[in-house]
Design a protein around this ligand. Structure first.
Ligand SMILES: Nc1ncnc2c1ncn2[C@@H]1O[C@H](COP(=O)(O)OP(=O)(O)O)[C@@H](O)[C@H]1O
Ligand SMILES: [Mg+2]
Length: 491
C-alpha cells in the first residue's frame, strides 16, 4: 500500500489549504450569498401572501378575522424587519447589509423605488387590519390598493430586485470558486516544504474532515430543505387556485352543455352558419370529450397537491423541537419522493416495495431528521439492487428486486422499523465499517460514505435509539432501527 505517496499528494495540500483563513472567508461569503437570495425571495412571497390573506379577511367570519388580522400584523413586521436587514444588515439573519449601487438604486430611486413602494404597501395593510368590521367590504380602498400593488407594480419591483440579487450572487460565487482553486494550487507549493510535520498533520486533517462533514451535512440539508420548502410553498397557492376552481369549471361546463342540449331540442334546424360551425368544431365529439378532459385535469391537480404536501412534510426545516410523528407517514412520504428511482428502467424491472405496517403509536422525535434516515437507508437499498442488476456476471439477484418495510412495537416504549432488500448483501469486512464516516464502496461522485454515519448520529445521539445491520453476502440486507416512543429527557 503506497500510503506515503497518498499522504504527500492528497493530504498535504488539503491541510495547507485549511490554514488559510481565506477558506473560512469563502464559506462565510457563500453563506451570506445564500441568505441574501433566500430572504429577498421570501419578501416577494410574503407580499403575495399578504394580498391573499387580505382578500380572505374581507370574506371571512368574525372569529376567523381576528386570527387573520394577527397573522397579517406578524407578516408586516417580518417584512419590515427583513427589509431593514437587507439594506442595513443583520447578523442573526446572516445579512451583511452591503448592497451594490444597482440594488441601492432599485430601492431608493425611480422607476422602482422599492423602499417607498413597500413602505406604502405595508401602511395600507396596517390600515386594512385596523379597519372596523363594518368597513371590511370588497370595495375597501386599502384592499383595492393592496391587490393592485401585489399583482402589479410592487410585484414587478420585487421580481427585478430578486433577480438582480441572484445575478450578483452567481457572479460572486464564480469569483469564490476561482479563489478556491487558486488557493488550492498555491497550497501545493507550500506543501512541498512542510513534509515533516506528519503527525500533527494527521490530527489537523481529521479535524478538517470533521468540519467538512458537518458543513456538508448542515449545508446540504438546510439549503436543500429550505429550497424544497420554498418551492412547495410557492406552488401550493397556484395549485389551490386550479384545484379549487376545477369543481366550478365542471359545474359550469355541465350547465352549458345542458343548455346547448335544450337549444338543440327547441331549435332543431340551425342556420347554415351555425351548422357550419358545429361541423367545424366537431361538436358531438367535443360534448363527449370535454367532461373527460376536466376529469383528467382533476386527477392531475390532485396528484400535484399530494406531491406538494409531501414535499412540505418532508422538508420540515423547523426541526428545532421534537414533535409527535406518524412514522408511517414519514416512510410513505420518503417513498413518494423516491418513486422515480423505484420505477422500472430500461435495464431493470420496477423495484417492488412491500409494506408490512403494524399499529404504531405516534413517536416523539425530530421528524425531518427521521425522514432523512429513511431516505438514506432506502436510497442505499435502491443503489444495492441496481448494482446487483447492473453486474450481471455477479448473478447475485435471484428474484425480482424488492424492498420490504416492517414496523412493530417491540417493547411498550420502543418502535422498530426494519428495511430489507433482496440485493447482493454485504461481506463481513464491509459490514463492520458501514457506519464509519466516509466509508463507501461506491464510485467517486456516487457515494459520500455519509448516509449511514449521519443516520447513526441521528438515531443514537439525537433520539437515544439504535441502528444495526444484518446481512449475508447473497442474502440481501436488513437495517433495524429502534426508536423510543418518548426519548428520555436530556439533562
Ligand atoms: N442495502 C445495502 N446493501 C449493500 N450494501 C450497503 C447497503 N446499505 C449500505 N451499504 C454499504 O454501506 C456503505 C456506506 O453507506 P452510506 O454511509 O450510505 O454511504 P454511501 O451510500 O455514500 O456509500 C455503502 O457504500 C455500501 O457499501
Ligand atoms: Mg448512502
Amino acid at each position: 500500500m503506497n500510503y506515503k505517496h497518498l499522504f504527500h499528494w492528497e493530504l498535504l495540500p488539503v491541510l495547507e489549504l485549511s490554514k488559510y483563513s481565506d477558506l473560512e472567508d469563502i464559506y462565510t461569503a457563500r453563506k451570506i450569498n445564500a441568505a441574501v437570495v433566500n430572504i429577498s425571495g421570501r419578501q416577494r412571497m410574503l407580499s403575495q401572501r399578504i394580498a391573499f390573506l387580505s382578500l380572505k379577511l374581507i370574506n371571512s367570519q368574525e372569529n376567523e378575522q381576528n386570527i387573520l388580522r394577527q397573522e397579517l400584523v406578524e407578516m408586516v413586521n417580518l417584512m419590515e424587519k427583513s427589509h431593514n436587514a437587507l439594506i442595513h444588515g443583520d447578523r442573526s439573519m446572516n445579512l451583511p447589509g452591503k448592497t451594490s449601487d444597482t440594488i441601492k438604486a432599485m430601492y431608493f430611486y425611480p422607476p422602482l423605488n422599492l423602499d417607498r413602494q413597500l413602505h406604502d404597501y405595508l401602511v395600507a395593510v396596517k390600515a386594512l387590519v385596523e379597519s372596523p368590521d363594518t368597513e371590511l367590504t370588497p370595495n375597501n380602498p386599502h384592499l383595492t390598493y393592496i391587490s393592485q400593488q401585489a399583482y402589479g407594480e410592487l410585484l414587478q419591483a420585487f421580481d427585478t430586485v430578486v433577480s438582480q440579487y441572484q445575478e450578483e450572487s452567481e457572479t460572486e460565487q464564480l469569483e469564490l470558486d476561482v479563489k478556491y482553486v487558486e488557493l488550492y494550487s498555491k497550497s501545493f507549493t507550500v506543501a512541498a516544504q512542510a513534509e515533516e510535520q506528519a503527525a500533527e498533520l494527521q490530527k489537523v486533517f481529521a479535524e478538517l474532515k470533521q468540519a467538512q462533514t458537518k458543513l456538508l451535512h448542515i449545508e446540504k440539508m438546510s439549503s436543500l430543505g429550505q429550497l424544497v420548502a420554498n418551492v412547495a410553498h410557492e406552488i401550493n397557492n397556484p395549485v389551490s387556485f386550479i384545484y379549487g376552481n376545477l369543481s366550478h369549471a365542471e359545474v359550469y361546463t355541465q350547465d352549458l352543455l345542458n343548455l346547448l342540449e335544450i337549444y338543440r331540442e327547441n331549435y332543431p334546424d340551425p342556420t347554415p352558419e351555425i351548422q357550419e360551425k358545429i361541423e367545424d368544431i366537431d361538436l358531438d365529439f367535443l360534448i363527449e370529450d370535454l367532461p373527460k378532459v376536466l376529469c383528467s385535469m382533476q386527477i392531475g391537480a390532485d396528484r400535484i397537491r399530494q406531491i406538494v404536501m409531501s414535499l412540505r412534510n418532508f422538508s420540515r426545516t423547523d426541526d428545532t423541537e421534537m414533535m409527535q410523528m406518524d412514522l408511517h407517514e414519514g416512510i410513505d412520504t420518503t417513498l413518494l419522493i423516491l418513486q422515480n428511482r423505484l420505477k422500472a428502467q430500461p435495464k431493470r424491472p420496477q423495484i417492488e416495495v412491500i409494506k408490512d405496517y403494524s399499529d404504531l403509536p405516534l413517536v416523539m422525535c425530530y421528524a425531518g431528521q427521521l425522514n432523512q434516515v429513511f431516505m438514506n437507508i432506502l436510497s442505499n437499498a435502491i443503489d444495492a439492487l441496481e448494482d446487483a442488476i447492473g453486474n450481471q456476471e455477479k448473478a447475485v439477484i435471484k428474484a425480482a428486486p424488492e424492498i420490504r418495510i416492517r414496523t412493530e412495537i417491540t417493547d411498550p416504549d420502543y418502535v422498530t422499523v426494519r428495511i430489507a432488500d433482496n440485493g447482493p448483501g454485504i461481506p463481513p469486512e464491509v459490514k463492520s465499517r458501514v457506519f464509519e464516516q466516509f466509508f463507501t464502496t461506491k464510485q467517486v461522485g456516487k457515494g459520500t460514505g455519509l448516509g449511514l454515519s449521519i443516520s447513526h448520529q441521528i438515531l443514537v445521539d439525537n433520539h437515544q435509539g439504535s441502528i444495526r445491520c444484518e446481512s449475508e453476502p447473497g442474502e440481501g440486507t436488513e437495517f433495524w432501527i429502534e426508536i423510543p416512543v418518548k426519548p428520555a429527557q436530556k439533562t
